[in-house]
Design a binder for this molecule. Structure first.
Ligand SMILES: NC(=O)c1ccc[n+]([C@@H]2O[C@H](COP(=O)([O-])OP(=O)(O)OC[C@H]3O[C@@H](n4cnc5c(N)ncnc54)[C@H](OP(=O)(O)O)[C@@H]3O)[C@@H](O)[C@H]2O)c1
Length: 324
């Protein structure tokens, strides 16, 4: 089968098309013929960082002939002997084996049945592939950890990005009042997702405009490392700061609680015990059309390097999809 291998840690051009064996499946896994793949900032991060690559792929040499990726949509072609949830021919999607060796940039993947859900017939493979890691991150952050509820005022940074554009839509689904933050060129897109207000981070100071948020969803790291400090100011007492990019220091967490009665919680997307139920909920939202995956680019397989070059700009609008 064809796969995109990383021939050496480094730039996006190191991602090249190659012939590799079709993976074998474990008893609890299905073989999926991949129809669409989504890329995430972490893909580009791992591609460029040897220590991470070494840990995930247990590589030691100077060259890494590894297959990256964790997000797919496709068709089940084979089932392991303990698989009960799927049969050959089922359309599925999911974020799987994160952050281990999923080897998703391939024509076929071996994925645990528990980490896939059925793709609704009226949702494209591309849209489903997008609604995997990014959607689960937004869901776990706002719903499982942030306990979002009707009437909450929620400030969402990076509202036009992969995670953010799902976060805005999920927050609206739960009846929140949403303030989306991105650059001005994405204003119409973010408001079109349902955000009630928009802040342009390049020309406006969000913590001066919002000081009474119940939840701040923070996906931004800045050179001065002060972005979560600023996000804290946007919260009202009793609010929750969800930190998706910075690992807050214990002193920061304690001070936020002591001085402002604000909970600071770190979010790491993970296939937890709620994963299947949450993904199935997302699948229903996609099927009903209440939530949409916005796809800004679709690349053919051999142009994976272009998808990586774009995702590492950190200015993605919605999702970038690659089709084998
Ligand atoms: N903790 C976790 O489990 C987890 C999981 C997934 C992702 N993440 C992280 O979350 C971040 C977002 O992921 P993603 O997939 O959504 O990335 P993405 O698709 O590249 O989106 C990035 C977004 O951030 C916006 N942005 C850039 N600078 C900003 C600023 N100073 N203030 C507000 N918005 C800003 C961009 O808007 P403009 O284009 O308008 O500038 C863009 O909408 C990444 O760093 C990723 O690594 C964490």
């Amino acid at each position: 089968m064809k796969a995109i291998i990383l021939k050496e840690v480094g730039e996006a051009e190191n991602l090249i098309l190659a012939d590799v064996p079709v993976p074998s499946i474990a008893e609890n896994e299905v073989l999926v013929q991949v129809k669409a793949i989504s890329v995430n900032p972490v893909d580009a991060y791992v591609r460029r960082n040897k220590p991470y690559l070494d840990v995930i792929y247990q590589t030691t040499g100077a060259e890494h002939h590894v297959i990256l990726g964790w997000d797919v949509a496709g068709v089940v072609t084979e089932t392991g002997k303990n698989v009960t949830k799927f049969k050959a021919g089922d359309d599925v999607f999911g974020n799987f084996k994160f952050i281990g060796q999923a080897n998703a940039y391939a024509e076929y993947v071996a994925a645990p049945e528990k980490e896939l859900v059925l793709k609704p017939a009226n949702v494209s493979f591309e849209a489903a592939a997008g609604a995997t890691m990014a959607a689960m991150t937004a869901w776990q952050s706002l719903v499982n950890i942030g306990k979002i509820k009707k009437g909450d005022k929620v400030l969402i940074h990076g509202a036009s990005g992969g995670v953010g554009h799902y976060a805005v839509q999920f927050a609206k689904h739960f009846g929140a009042y949403v303030v989306g933050v991105s650059s001005a060129e994405n204003r119409d897109f973010v408001l079109g997702l349902g955000a009630d207000e928009f802040i342009d981070y390049k020309t406006q100071v969000f913590e001066e405009l919002v000081t009474d948020a119940d939840i701040v969803h923070d996906t931004v790291w800045t050179e001065d490392d002060k972005h979560i400090e600023r996000s804290l100011k946007a919260l009202k007492p009793g609010g929750t700061l969800l930190s998706l990019i910075v690992y807050p220091e214990p002193e920061f967490i304690e001070r936020a609680l002591r001085e402002k009665n604000v909970n600071v919680l770190r979010v790491n997307v993970t296939p937890n015990e709620n994963y299947e139920e949450n993904m199935a909920y997302v699948a229903r939202l996609l099927a009903s059309g209440e939530v949409k995956t916005h796809i800004s680019h679709v690349f053919p397989f051999e142009e994976m390097y272009k998808a990586h070059a774009l995702i590492q700009t950190k200015n993605t609008v919605g999702k970038i999809i690659v089709v084998p």
